[in-house]
Write a protein that binds this ligand. Structure first.
Ligand code: SF4
Length: 383
């Protein structure tokens, strides 16, 4: 697991006065002079080029330079050229906002949400966190333009209203070759005007990932703990598609959703056949899941057949389908081709049982939080 933040960064030198600032990290000693002032040079040898705004020393002694320095522990050895960092000198804090080498980088836009899902991995908080939008607007221009994809998540990003749309516009302007994946509960798009506003931006490669947990409204509303959410979500999906915005359906598999997984698959093929992608996702043992484990936990081995049935229904209807966050030894071999290595590298782990497994390099493994609970049927696949 990679550590992305610390409260014990040691700032030294003449620190400019600000609360927090986004800077790009560089290892390029030939970086154009005009860019250096806004960047932090990652010192990795004896030669230290002049002109950078900051110098970062990871697990090495600080040498004399003509700019503020930041000392970090060896946990931050992974820092690389093109990473974007948030500096908060007054709190000795540093956080990695964007990692150039990560397969996907996710930006949390707000902690607020109008759902209260039983298995929420980021429990919502009703806080005034508008500063996050400012920070992301500051960070987006620092991201290299050849990055394949970034993700917006929450909370519920669309609760930001026009500021959410500002962020999408900024992605379109600053990252014209980068796909944008937005995780939303879809409810705000039940307002046709809001859905149209997103479509009108004309982002070159956007996808909105929206959870639908059941073919039955009351089951979905129970999972998200919000009466009437299902109707708004389905209307939101229809409005988005009407305005030309691609939609992905995301289904988290747990005790409340797996009994009707194939019924949900049937529902999708009959009513939402036009969606671009369906992702069937294993449970992450974090956030509210820990508190609601009794209502949620079911051993993936026990729903393997139902998963196979649901995938078959979606595949036969030609809906692009993926299985996320699941282990190959718990999935029928006939549907292995749908399994993706979806867990972000910074929180991906394998269990001791996996060490002799012949397909470990193809298996997505576990969230690091799975140590709390994972299947008792993990079986290394023999060569
Ligand atoms: S034993 Fe481990 S690596 Fe192998 S398929 Fe199962 S979970 Fe994946």
């Amino acid at each position: 697991m990679i550590v992305l933040g610390t409260q014990s960064a040691r700032y030294s030198g003449e620190i400019p006065v600000f609360e927090r600032r986004a800077v790009r990290a560089s290892t390029d000693p030939y970086r154009p002079e005009a860019l250096r002032k806004r960047e932090a040079f990652l010192v990795n040898g004896d030669s230290v080029p002049e002109g950078f705004g900051w110098y970062i020393f990871v697990n090495r002694p600080v040498t004399a330079v003509n700019a503020p320095t930041i000392e970090l522990p060896s946990d931050f050895d992974f820092l690389a050229d093109g990473d974007v960092l948030r500096l908060t000198p007054t709190k000795n804090s540093l956080r990695v906002l964007f990692r150039r080498n990560a397969s996907v980088n996710s930006f949390l836009l707000t902690e607020r949400c109008n759902n209260f899902c039983l298995m929420c991995s980021q429990p919502p908080r009703n806080v005034n966190d508008g500063w996050i939008v400012d920070e992301i607007l500051e960070a987006l221009p620092l991201i290299d333009t050849d990055v394949p994809e970034i993700m917006f998540s929450g909370g519920e990003p669309t609760l930001l209203g026009s500021r959410f749309l500002d962020l999408v516009r900024a992605c379109k302007s600053y990252l014209p070759r980068t796909a944008l994946h937005i995780l939303s509960n879809g409810r705000s798009f039940s307002d046709p005007a809001f859905a149209k506003s997103l479509g009108d931006i004309g982002h070159h490669d956007i996808m909105v990932g929206i959870p639908v947990y059941s073919d039955l409204a009351h089951v979905h509303d129970y999972v998200v703990q919000a009466d009437g959410a299902y109707d708004e979500t389905i209307r939101g999906i229809l409005n988005l598609k009407q305005t030309g915005v691609p939609v992905e359906i995301r289904i988290v598999m747990h005790k409340q959703t797996v009994p009707r997984l194939s019924a949900l698959a049937e529902f999708l093929t009959r009513n939402l056949l036009f969606v671009e992608h369906v992702a069937l996702m294993g449970l992450e043992m974090t956030g509210f899941t820990k508190a609601n484990l009794g209502d949620l936990w079911v051993d993936p081995a026990d729903y393997a057949e139902e998963l196979k049935r649901a995938v078959g229904i979606l595949d036969r209807a030609k809906i692009k389908t993926s299985i996320y966050n699941s282990q190959l030894c718990l999935i029928d071999r006939s549907i292995w081709r749908f399994a993706r290595r979806s867990i972000s590298d910074w929180k991906q782990e394998y269990m001791p049982e996996c060490q002799s497994c012949a397909v470990m390099d193809q298996c997505g493994g576990f969230f690091s939080s799975a140590e709390l609970k994972y299947s008792s049927h993990i079986q290394p696949i023999p060569c």
